[in-house]
Ligand binder design. Structure first.
Ligand code: D5M
Ligand code: FE
Ligand code: ZN
Length: 488
């Protein structure tokens, strides 16, 4: 009960508005309203009630109305906040939308961060899978012996057994179960990378589930995107490396300036509106042991100055979307933010800096840029894949709707609250680099481009038997991808 407000004062306040108030109504008012809000409430009661004597019911119904107003106001406020956030995510820049981690990183790498990160991954990917399957919680399987069930879980591990099957340990928020995959499903199971979120349709047999189908989140069938402007895809320029191919780079920029090539090739250069670079802009310093021996520019700032100089050879009416990779001067764990300001400031205005990965929309063309570090893991893990055809490994990313399915040493992940590596938005083009080889393909209407490098084979790469295909450029125009070679 509030002592702070006097009954007489309340009667006087109502009288000022021309109303009488029943003593029991005053009690209700005292019980439900803070003294500091009393004037506000009384003025509302007098506006909303048309009887001459105010009753307890009048008071209660007006209080309900006020609460409803307040609730709606709160909803409006949150809606406005989230609208403002969306605006922040999509930094508008003359026809360009960008979504990346830059300026939004929140993780400190604690255990709680990892729990939140994997929860986000599970939520986002199970939401996609739920469009096709209706999972039961793993904890309820004990009661469903003999029945066919649908499950969604994260892959903890996969092991091969002697009797021609594989056991997938699958976990959801309620428990863990062994899923047995035999025959064709065994081959599918052995291609699982671990940590991906999948669906399983299977039959409960005691403590296990015998799989009938394994379902990936995957992308639906799309039509190939058709836009009548050109976009150039390159990657891994490695400026500052002794093996940087200056002569070939100059040929490339000459072509963009309309000074090299003839016929359709020159016409294509005229159409180009954007150049996208998928990271490893510079060779960096201290990236691997004894790297100094491979560098022409030994300091990182000098390397970015040189990079800016080389990018200045690209016509200024072409916008350059510059992402980052594991050789750049930014944290290694993905998602990587864009370059720090001190380096960004070295570049001309036509360079737009983005993180890795970055989802961009260029006059409507949706491109997902990802440097491609996870490709090493995928190509190593799945025997049918090779460095000669990196786009086939990129298909595995689309199937899993995730850019770095396996958390590990080669693919360090920063445990952000949201999993930025989930492929939420289906792009028209997925663009990677990193492996220094060139290949292009289409999967369910999505173009896959790995755009190689501008660095010839290093001593180190010779030792690990890595054969780069430098100087290749992919050019999107009007629903097709052309390949230009500037290296013999
Ligand atoms: O990576 C270029 C390519 O070289 C990529 O496919 C990874 C591979 N690479 C890089 N470091 C190693 C080591 N230590 N062993 C084997 N293969 C490696 P880049 O990011 O340009 O260095
Ligand atoms: Fe590289
Ligand atoms: Zn790389």
């Amino acid at each position: 009960m509030h002592n702070g407000i006097d009954t007489k004062l309340i009667v006087a306040k109502f009288a000022m508005h021309g109303y009488n108030v029943h003593p029991s109504a005053i009690e209700v008012l005292k019980k439900n309203v803070d003294p500091q809000n009393i004037d506000f409430v009384i003025s509302h009661i007098c506006k909303l009630v048309d009887s001459f004597i105010i009753t307890p019911d009048d008071i209660l119904s007006v209080l309900d109305t006020i609460r409803e107003f307040e609730r709606k106001a709160r909803v409006r406020e949150t809606e406005q906040k989230s609208k403002a956030q969306t605006k922040q995510i999509y930094k508008q820049s003359e026809g360009i939308k960008i979504k990346d981690i830059t300026g939004k990183s929140s993780c400190e790498g604690s255990i709680e961060d990892f729990v939140a990160y994997f929860n986000s991954r599970f939520e986002k990917l199970s939401k996609i899978l739920r469009k096709r399957i209706r999972p039961v919680p793993i904890s309820t399987l004990g009661r469903l012996n003999g029945e066919q069930v649908e499950l969604i879980g994260i892959v903890n591990s996969v092991r091969e057994t002697q009797n021609n099957s594989a056991i997938i340990e699958l976990e959801d928020k309620t428990g863990i179960v062994n899923v047995i995959a035999t025959d064709r499903l065994k081959d599918q199971a052995l291609e699982l990378l671990g940590d991906e979120v999948i669906g399983v349709i299977g039959t409960v047999r005691g403590r296990n589930v015998i799989a009938d189908r394994i379902i990936f989140p995957d992308v639906p069938m799309n039509d190939k995107a058709k836009f009548d402007f050109g976009v150039v895809f390159i990657s891994d320029t490695h400026f500052g490396s002794k093996e940087f191919l200056q002569k070939e780079w100059n040929m490339f920029t000459d072509w963009l300036n309309g000074e090299l090539g003839e016929g359709k090739v020159v016409e294509l250069a005229e159409k180009v509106r954007y150049v996208i670079i998928a990271g490893d802009i510079v060779d960096g310093v201290g990236i691997y042991p004894d790297q100094e021996k491979d560098l022409t520019i030994l300091d990182i700032c000098g390397q970015y100055e040189f990079a800016a100089e080389q990018l200045d050879k690209i016509p200024k009416d072409v916008k350059i979307i510059l992402s980052v990779g594991n050789h750049d001067a930014i944290r290694q764990a993905e998602p990587q933010p864009a370059l720090p300001k001190e380096y960004r400031d070295l570049f001309s205005n036509n360079v737009i800096h983005v993180g890795n990965p970055a989802y961009v929309e260029l006059d409507g063309l949706k491109v997902l840029i990802y440097h491609g570090r996870s490709l090493d893991d995928i190509i190593t893990k799945i025997p049918r894949l090779s460095y000669e055809k990196p786009h086939e490994a990129m298909i595995e990313l689309l199937k899993r709707r995730h850019l770095s399915p396996r958390y590990g040493e080669k693919s360090p992940i920063a445990p952000e609250k949201e999993d930025w590596l989930v492929i939420d938005e289906i792009p028209d083009i997925l663009h990677c680099g990193h492996v220094h080889t060139y290949s292009v393909g289409v999967y369910r209407g999505v173009f896959l481009i790995n755009s190689s490098t501008w660095q010839s084979q290093t001593e180190f790469q010779k030792k690990v038997n890595l054969n780069p295909m430098p100087g290749n450029v992919a050019v999107y125009y009007n629903g097709d991808i052309a390949r230009l070679r500037f290296y013999n």
